[in-house]
Design a protein around this ligand. Structure first.
Ligand SMILES: Nc1ncnc2c1ncn2[C@@H]1O[C@H](COP(=O)(O)OP(=O)(O)OP(=O)(O)O)[C@@H](O)[C@H]1O
Length: 642
């Protein structure tokens, strides 16, 4: 797969020349401006208008300085000279006051804009991260891009906007200085520019070295952060102590941090040295500029009044140019990281799933949450085809799916039919493709080959969201949402307001009600030890909650991937009893290694290396004496021998 331009671009950007950087600057500033504009149009517009107005007021002040010098240094008695300077002086005072006021207003507006840009960038990143299809998460290149965008990209987006505005301010100031100097004497302007070039060059060089080092050491930083997060997390805390690996892991984290620190110190030292050379050279050229001014005055090529104004303008100009060089460099430096952010957004846009109109919250089912056909009716966009609210037959034909970068198909050429009211079991050894097939059925992965039809309608034509609306999944490792027990169940159908009674009915169905009632605040207990008053559950209790959540979702297709792996025998029996009840009027796909739970399925598919090797009812497969019969007999004999 060819690398996207920005992945090769970061290495290239790190080695980019000053001129190339200058060429990239307008595009970067434009993207940053668009981000700011989308974040808060009024404030972004206000910042620009106020900055331009402040710059113009400053320019007016500078021009009036020429008038002040001209009045003061003309021939004649002192009172007359002062009187001649007064009008320009008044303009100068008014202009400076105005500039101060406008600049303050601009700073205030900027203070509002900056957090809004950060917020917009963070939201954009989260939106895109959750909109890409699931297979994209398995793509290491995309994950790398996401890490980089998260790592510095969001902050850089805000910084590029901030510094971009600074650049604008300095450019306006410089135009005024350049105008004044060009009028006073043409030789002064190029000298002024030359004085700032070394400072700018040194700053760019230092920034480039910093970025290159960061690029090289990003893996070290990431490893360190992952390790530090693990060491601070609750979940591995037990194992960390039980295996007495604390010393080993802490030493490893310290080693990584040391590597990064040594590198950082090296980069900073080099940057200080480079900046020192740049500033020394700039100082030398500034001296030359003043010497040229003296020479112009000495040889009578310039009036004394003009000379005074020129000295003032040079002083201001040097300050502005240095600030501009510094700001442009920061735009460049942050721009390198910002292009990571931009690149990630562009890549994710290409991987985003076709958007579908958000379904409107469905009416609560009057028939209760588990009655057939009670799933929400298809709502939202009327024009696009949506998955039907219920189906009688779901057919897979030659379905093949391969994970990105994998060298073989996870499932290959699967054909099967799932009817309403059936329990279908998928069995097979670890890695045989059961979970992948379940994810394809749930619309989480799009098969590369083959078709899935819902009552004859091709599911690939439905927006993925609308397929998932019709599916409830109990994952192998259900997510432990740090929410209340009630929300952990109700999240299964978050778009439909659920009464406590409905949530409790779902909890009873998943055999979770009794232990929830024993929690300190029953259904309102926060299920996270990370917060005060939070409670944690056992693995089996979390699983029962996940089953309740899926029951609450009330969908026509229920997929259970090892739903009872952590359950005790009684809870397992209860869940399967409920599953059989639930199967009336809907379809249940069951993945389990517990063969005793499989025997009551209407049809069993045995997978091996992603291919269906056997299918049929329990008795039929036992009689066939194939893989299923072996697996079943193995487990059954283990029970019999004890
Ligand atoms: N996210 C992924 N990226 C790449 N390959 C994957 C991914 N998930 C699974 N696989 C591979 O796909 C194949 C099928 O895996 P799958 O998880 O579907 O098997 P399974 O039958 O559910 O296994 P188990 O019984 O252990 O849950 C395996 O070879 C596995 O290594």
């Amino acid at each position: 797969m060819a690398l996207p331009y920005w992945l090769t671009g970061t290495e290239e950007a790190a080695n980019t020349s000053f001129l190339r950087m200058l060429r990239r600057l307008p595009r970067l500033l434009r993207s940053a401006w668009l981000l700011a504009w989308r974040a808060d149009r009024r404030t972004a517009g206000a910042v620009v208008v106020l900055q331009i107005a402040a710059g113009l007021a400053g320019a007016l002040g500078l021009i009036s300085v020429v008038g002040v010098f001209d009045g003061l240094l003309r021939a004649g008695p002192t009172p007359e000279r002062v009187a001649a300077a007064v009008p320009s002086l008044v303009i100068l005072i008014v202009a400076l006051a105005l500039r101060g006021l406008l600049a303050s207003a601009a700073t205030a507006a900027h203070g509002r804009l900056s957090p809004a840009v950060y917020e917009a960038a963070e939201n954009r990143l989260l939106d895109l991260t959750t909109r890409v299809d699931l297979a994209t998460f398995d793509d290491p290149q995309w994950r790398d891009a996401m890490e980089r965008a998260r790592d510095r990209g969001i902050y850089a987006a805000q910084q590029v906007v901030d510094v971009g505005i600074e650049v604008l301010t300095h450019v306006i100031g410089l135009v005024a200085v350049a105008g004044v100097l060009a009028v006073l004497h043409p030789v002064l302007l190029p000298l002024l520019v030359c004085a700032v070039v070394p400072t700018g060059w040194a700053a760019v060089r230092a920034a480039r070295a910093g970025y290159r080092s960061r690029l090289r050491y990003i893996a070290v930083w990431r490893r360190h952060r992952m390790l530090a997060d693990l060491l601070a997390a609750r979940e591995p805390a037990g194992e960390l102590r039980a295996f007495t690996v604390r010393r080993f892991l802490v030493a490893e984290a310290a080693r990584l941090l040391r590597l990064a620190t040594v590198e950082e110190v090296r980069v900073v030292t080099r940057a200080v040295r480079t900046n020192l050379y740049g500033r020394a050279l700039s100082g030398l050229i500034t001296g030359l500029t003043y010497a040229a001014l003296c020479w112009l005055l000495w040889t009578g090529r310039m009036e004394l009044a003009a000379g005074g104004a020129a000295a003032y303008a040079i002083n201001i100009g040097i300050g502005k140019l240095s600030e501009l060089a510094f700001a442009a460099n920061r735009v460049y430096e942050q721009g390198l990281y910002f292009s990571d952010f931009q690149g990630f957004c562009e890549l994710s846009e290409t991987r985003a799933e076709p958007s579908s109109a958000e379904p409107s919250p469905a009416e609560p089912s009057s028939a209760g949450p588990f009655v057939a056909g009670a799933a929400p009716s298809s709502a939202g966009a009327e024009s696009e085809p949506r998955a039907p609210a219920a189906f009688s037959e779901l057919r897979l034909d030659g379905v093949t799916f391969r994970y990105p970068d994998a060298d073989r198909d996870a499932v290959a050429g699967i054909s099967m039919t799932l009817r309403r009211g059936e329990i279908i079991a998928l069995v097979g050894e670890n890695g045989s493709g059961k979970s992948t097939l379940a994810a394809v059925l749930a619309g989480l992965y799009r098969p590369q080959h083959g078709t899935i039809t819902w009552d004859g309608a091709d599911a690939s034509r439905f927006p993925p969201e609308s397929v998932r609306e019709r599916v409830a999944v109990v994952m192998q490792e259900p997510t432990r949402w740090p929410l209340s027990a009630r929300a952990n169940i109700a999240i299964g159908r978050h778009d439909r307001p659920a009464s406590l009674a409905q949530v409790q009915a779902s909890a009873r169905a998943g055999d979770a009600h009794d232990f929830v009632m024993e929690l300190p605040r029953t259904y309102e207990t926060l299920l996270s030890r990370h917060f005060t008053d939070g409670a944690d559950l056992s693995g089996g209790q979390w699983q029962r909650l996940a089953v309740s959540r899926a029951f609450h979702r009330d969908a026509p297709l229920l997929i259970c991937d090892e739903p009872t792996a952590n359950l005790d025998a009684r809870a397992e029996h209860e869940v399967y009893r409920r599953l059989r009840e639930l199967a009336q009027g809907r379809t249940v796909v069951l993945i389990t290694h517990r063969m005793a739970s499989v025997r009551e399925a209407d049809r069993i598919y045995v997978l091996d290396h992603g291919v269906v090797v056997e299918e049929g009812g329990h008795d039929e497969l036992i009689a066939a004496g194939g893989t299923y019969a072996q697996l079943f007999t193995l487990q059954a004999s283990a029970y019999q021998s004890t």
